[in-house]
Design a protein around this ligand. Structure first.
Ligand code: ADP
Ligand code: MG
Ligand code: ZN
Length: 479
């Protein structure tokens, strides 16, 4: 029986978070919450005779992305008109880059579930403008042009992806980079990031591609993985039955979990592309590229590697902390506060304690009141044995809740660790006297009793006893 090889190439559309639109001064607003048609002007409404002007910030954001995706940034940029009629496109053409885009020949490494990485080549990155938004309800269609003309970046991969899960890993990686660069929020539910896989099958070993379909309406990475997997299965069934796959655009039905035909695919000829006569060529010189390159933050892969080498973190901890730039920055600030507190200790507390509190309270790192300095102060108080680990967790809970500092909480709650050897020795002696049965059992060989005795001491001290000291004292006393 023939085995088929799935081939997937992704087109990703990312709206850019510039202040204004691609070719006019209208503000870029939230297309879900802003009142419809309040951020529009004659240019983005396509009125005759209006002239577009290229948005410098949007171009710089695009250069950033092209550099971060290892593309050759192109000097000569040409905008073109892609002609088609649709009610969400007032001009009846979209301004886009066609033959001369901003970025060519890039790549990105994706993480596979196995822990390995795989390089996916990026064919091109080009600038364009978004369309308006149509809403169909009660037999009427409404159009909102707030989104019309919002800068849009299209990132097109080579067909190097071979499964739904790889497509998902690629999408996650691109989103992480865009968020690091601060050019896109990554909010797929709001449609600011849209991912469209092209999928085909070919007999394993074949060097030509099979007929592809393109999937739309994927509003999550889960849908990307599942929709692609479904499409691979659907095409395989057709091919095995001796049929032919139709080249078309298909939608993903998220609740039925199937794809369905939307429209037969257009060819480039259908769009009558030609150079945009209202815009001059855009020249991006080497100096500009260099200047933009200097504004790039350390990127996720570099951070991931550095956290493991320089900070001695596990791959898992490094990945969790490097996932989002704001978390990474918070963590790195904490690392610089006190060299006596290791990055590993800080990572443990952030991942195991702070993230849990943030999850429960549904807060992001930007929204919490605890500063990196305050967390490290707390860890210092544990390190110098002012309080023990247990109390430390309670103090952190309270810091999170109230915004108070560790020192003031420890004072007001009297949590200072009991490290006074004489005082603890007296408590231990008293307990052993009160629990003669247990002591006898211990001496008779039941070593488990020791844990019980330690628990009794901690209880008698309301959890404040220095655990190491209790341990030593108990050893001495029992001997
Ligand atoms: P368009 O969809 O606008 O015609 P392209 O032809 O450049 O644009 O292809 C878009 C995407 O489809 C790219 O990511 C490319 O890698 C991918 N692709 C092209 N041919 C195939 C194929 N036969 N199977 C799967 N993906 C493909
Ligand atoms: Mg396409
Ligand atoms: Zn406008």
């Amino acid at each position: 029986m023939i085995t088929y090889e799935p081939i997937i190439g992704l087109e990703i559309h990312a709206e850019l978070m510039s202040k204004s639109k691609m070719f006019c001064g209208c503000k870029v607003v939230d297309s879900v919450t802003a009142p419809p048609n309040t951020a529009v002007c004659p240019v983005c409404l396509g009125m005759p005779g209006m002239l577009p002007v290229i948005n410098r910030q949007a171009v710089e954001f695009s250069i950033k992305v092209a550099i971060a995706l290892n593309c050759d940034v192109q000097h000569h940029n040409i905008f073109a008109r892609k002609n088609y009629f649709y009610p969400d496109l007032a001009k009846a053409y979209q301004v886009t880059q066609y033959e001369q885009p901003i970025g060519l020949n890039g790549w990105v490494d994706i993480e596979l579930g196995t822990g390995e990485t795989k390089r996916i080549r990026i064919r091109r990155v080009h600038m364009e403008e978004d369309t308006g938004k149509l809403t169909h309800e009660n037999g009427r269609s409404l159009v909102d042009y707030n989104r019309a003309g919002v800068p849009l970046l299209e990132i097109v991969s080579e067909p190097d992806i071979h499964s739904g899960e790889e497509a998902r890993a690629y999408g996650i990686k691109i989103r992480r980079i865009l968020r690091y660069l601060g050019v896109n929020s990554g909010d797929m539910e709001k449609g600011v990031l849209r991912v469209e896989p092209n999928i085909s099958l070919r007999p394993m070993g074949s060097t030509t591609f099979g007929t592809r379909t393109e999937l739309k309406n994927l509003n999550s990475f889960r849908a990307l993985a599942d929709g692609s997997a479904y499409e691979i299965m659907r095409q395989e069934t057709i091919l095995r039955a001796g049929g032919a796959v139709v080249q078309e655009t298909r939608g993903w039905h998220d609740s039925k979990r199937i794809t369905f035909s939307q429209r037969v695919k257009e060819e480039a000829e259908d769009y009558r592309y030609f150079d945009e006569p209202d815009l001059p060529p855009l020249f991006v010189d080497e100096e500009w590229i260099t200047a933009v390159a200097q504004t790039l933050p350390e990127l996720p892969d570099a951070k991931l590697a550095r956290y493991q080498i320089e900070y001695d973190l596990s791959p898992y901890d490094a990945a969790v902390l490097a996932d989002e730039i704001r978390v990474a920055t918070w963590f790195e600030t904490a690392v610089t506060v006190n060299s006596a507190i290791t990055p590993k200790t800080i990572a443990n507390w952030v991942i195991n304690a702070l993230f849990r509190l943030m999850n429960n309270a549904k807060l992001t790192i930007d929204e919490i009141s605890i500063t990196p300095e305050q967390l490290v102060e707390l860890l210092g108080l544990i390190a110098d044995q002012t309080i023990n680990q247990n109390s430390g967790r309670k103090v952190l809970d309270e810091m999170f809740e109230t915004g108070k500092t560790a020192v003031s909480i420890i004072e007001s709650k009297g949590l200072t660790q009991i490290s006074d050897e004489d005082a603890l020795a007296a408590i231990v002696a008293q307990l052993l006297a009160d629990n003669a049965d247990s002591v006898a059992a211990y001496c008779g060989g039941n070593k488990k009793v020791r844990g019980f005795l330690i628990g009794q001491v901690m209880r008698a001290t309301k959890g404040k006893a220095n655990p190491r000291l209790v341990n030593d004292l108990l050893t001495k006393a029992l001997a």
